[in-house]
Design a protein around this ligand. Structure first.
Ligand SMILES: [Zn+2]
Length: 314
């Protein structure tokens, strides 16, 4: 019998945990609440206790586990240092080392959650079969992860893969959550797409099916309307995909991946969206004839546990 590995994805409200075969087969997954009170002091202990409990149910000894990977929602350096994690209330710490001590010293590796998700998609998702992938998650915000030669590029300060805050747009007048102006996230996240649609509607009296939704318009409404040929929705998506194309071309000129994997709620628009991004990407990258694939993520919310588990297989 091969060894097992465990992937942990720590979110602000729940911790997702998965038990895997080394082959990548998911055997069992479960969730526990994230107790972020008291500076998140209970989180790692809760995870260790939950892993022990579920392993026992499966009849798996801790010694049969090759290691545990843990993804956290904040910057993590390549050596597993978390300078701080606002969402969990943590200050400077080494969560991997702490969790390893709680689990009889088995190896525990730590990564940023979005970077772990990219590794998960490379392993068993939309990037399977590739070694160099860049993942872009278009959700409430824009997340990202860069994996080169099957390794996460975390960077010296954990900044690697922070694609959402690449500055792409001059003339932006509102502030991003990060304090900057003109970040990719401000235009290409689900929130950004809806904001762009509201601006378009306010800026003209042209008819659009989006007007039915008023200020409650969502990114899904915009994509559905664009697919149906609505002019304003198409113009909104043209701007969104222009800035995505600019960002992806810039990333290609630094990391040169084989594939871009697009995930998050907005990616439910499928090939319609990736085709539009590809078209704009090609306008922005004229240096090389090589065109990376722009594909879709496949693992949804499980990408984090897959990638965290994959961390321990190096
Ligand atoms: Zn930003």
């Amino acid at each position: 019998m091969g060894k097992k590995c465990v992937g942990v994805d720590v979110g602000g409200t729940t911790v997702k945990i998965g038990l895997f075969e080394e082959s990548g087969e998911l055997l069992r997954k479960w969730e526990i609440p994230t107790r972020s009170e008291n500076h998140g002091a209970a989180i790692l202990g809760d995870i260790a206790a939950s892993i022990r409990e579920e392993l026992e149910k499966e009849g798996v000894e801790l010694s049969d586990v090759r290691g545990v990977g843990i993804g956290v929602p904040g910057p993590v350096t390549a050596d597993g240092h978390v300078p701080r994690c606002v969402n969990l209330g943590w200050g400077s710490c080494y969560p991997g080392q702490e969790l390893s001590v709680m689990l009889d010293g088995i190896p525990v590796k730590c990564a940023n959650d979005a970077n772990a998700a990219a590794l998960g998609e490379m392993w068993q998702g939309g990037g399977k079969g590739y070694k160099d992938i860049v993942m872009i998650t278009l959700g409430t915000g824009v997340g990202g992860g860069v994996v080169i030669d099957e390794k996460i590029i975390a960077g010296k300060h954990g900044l690697g893969g922070e694609i959402g805050h690449i500055h792409v747009r001059e003339g932006e007048t509102e502030r991003c959550n990060c304090g900057g102006m003109g970040c990719l996230e401000q235009t290409a996240s689900a929130t950004g797409i809806a904001r762009e649609a509201r601006k378009f509607m306010a800026g003209s009296a042209r008819p659009s099916v989006l007007r039915e939704f008023g200020d409650n318009v969502t990114a899904k409404d915009v994509l559905d309307a664009a697919k149906a040929g609505d002019r304003i929705a198409l113009e909104v998506m043209d701007i969104v995909c222009h800035y995505l194309g600019v960002a992806l071309a810039a990333i290609a000129q630094i990391a040169d991946p084989e594939i871009f994997v697009i995930g998050g709620g907005v990616s439910k628009a499928g090939p319609y969206l990736t085709d539009m991004i590809q078209e704009h990407y090609e306008k922005s990258l004229t240096l090389s004839d090589y065109r990376p694939v722009i594909g879709l993520a496949k693992l949804g919310n499980d990408a984090g546990i897959y990638g965290s588990a994959r961390l321990v297989l190096d």
